[in-house]
Write a protein that binds this ligand. Structure first.
Ligand code: P1T
Length: 388
């Protein structure tokens, strides 16, 4: 049976993986060797040196590519390493259009690493297609989307953006970390390249830092392979194995994340002391219709703005027990964080204010614990916030 005949729920477990031909082992071996024997100079098995290629990493690259419906996959040592390597395909004078709400580290790479090297970024609200049209210049080479965005969970119509970019010969990239291929497959919506921080849902157990790029664009893949080997920010064999292991449960994990998140989001909307709840599955979400069209389910992330500013949000964040106060997301355990002081501290204060990343904004990554326990945990935290 070919991978192309399988549904995603089977691909997460089997794509790119056969029982080991020598031993029958049902999990791919972790090949830790840094180098591979050659019969004669230049005559090798396809593996020479582990930065260039490694069997365990290659298995992960095949598996993740199959999940995103891509021809090619490349694994990196972090989501930021993947992003930086992708941006190294650009040259001084090139222009990027990026959605205005992105992970703080992505903002930092574009502003503090790439801009000084001559690659300019325009930050645009990509839920507004007229604003996108107005931002193109002759130098635009890439439109960069996160959807849902981090932390405001805006949903961007990937097909509509891709259509407009394609008309100008501009590539479209999507950071699919929050949705995962279980909920949306950007390449099928017209994007050229997909990025993941595998640190999050794909690995799913908060024990690996990793990143991936998936594409069916042969020319881009050639450039990226060259850069992956030259720059060398590769995923280790051990961590590649860990992500492969985590991926096996992605389908069932995402089902539960999504189910619990929509329940909690609806409940939070009815609670006193809550100013607004942001979750793409809520009717009150500005792009709910786009989310319903584009996504199979609405994801496991919720952002909530509470009344009382920083004193109230501090009290809230210090009170939760099951929701651990920590950066990151997408693990089996629930996490909670304060974007303004934590993940998005690298975004300038005036820009955070303009976007709506206020001191009362709290981001939740809903884990796989009992829904009843999670609701009780948030209930106690809201009580503490109201008393602050
Ligand atoms: O942390 P790293 O694996 O390098 O991935 C960076 C990254 C890229 N894209 C998105 C959408 C992300 O959320 C991240 C990392 N984000 C967090 C650590 C966070 O708590 O939001």
């Amino acid at each position: 049976m070919h991978d192309s005949d399988l549904n995603l729920e089977s691909l997460v477990i089997h794509a790119g993986q056969e029982p080991d031909p020598r031993t029958g082992a049902v999990m791919p071996p972790i090949v830790l060797a840094s180098t591979f024997a050659q019969k004669s100079p230049g005559q090798h098995t396809g593996f020479e040196y582990a930065r260039t290629d490694n069997p365990t990493r290659r298995t992960l690259e095949h598996c993740a590519a199959a999940l995103e419906g891509a021809e090619h996959g490349l694994a990196f040592s972090s989501g930021c390493a993947a992003m930086t390597t992708l941006l190294m395909t650009l040259s001084p004078g090139d222009h990027v259009i990026a959605c205005d709400d992105v992970y703080g580290g992505t903002h930092r790479i574009l502003e503090k690493v790439m801009r000084p090297k001559g690659v300019e970024t325009s930050w645009v609200d990509l839920t507004d297609l007229d604003a996108l049209e107005a931002a193109f210049t002759d130098a635009t080479k890439l439109v960069w989307i996160e959807s849902p965005t981090n932390p405001l969970l805006k949903v961007i119509d990937i097909a509509a953006v891709a259509e407009r970019a394609k008309a100008r010969g501009v590539r479209v990239g999507v950071d699919n970390t929050f949705a995962t291929p279980m909920l949306q497959r950007p390449l099928s919506l017209g994007a050229d390249v997909v990025l993941h921080s595998t640190t999050k849902y794909l690995n799913g157990h908060s024990d690996v830092v990793g990143g991936m790029i998936l594409t069916s664009d042969d020319e881009l893949n050639e450039q990226l392979r060259f850069l992956q080997n030259s720059v060398g920010a590769v995923q280790s064999a051990f961590d590649s194995f860990m992500v492969l292991r985590g991926l096996k449960t992605l389908a069932v994990r995402m089902e539960r994340h999504c189910k619990s998140a929509i329940e909690l989001a609806g409940w939070l909307e009815s609670q006193p002391g809550v100013k607004r709840v942001i979750h793409p599955g809520l009717e009150s979400h500005g792009q709910h219709a786009v989310a319903a069209k584009q996504m199979k389910a609405f994801g496991g992330m919720i952002s909530v703005e509470i009344e009382g500013g920083l004193p109230a949000s501090r009290a809230f964040l210090e009170t939760t027990r099951l929701f651990t106060l920590a950066e990151s997301l997408g693990g089996v355990e629930s996490l909670i964080e304060h974007p303004a002081l934590m993940t998005h501290g690298a975004v300038p204060a005036d820009k955070r204010a303009a976007l709506g990343i206020s001191d009362g904004l709290i981001r939740l990554s809903v884990g796989l614990e009992s829904l009843e326990d999670l609701r009780a945990d948030l209930g106690r935290a809201l009580e503490a916030a109201r008393g602050a």
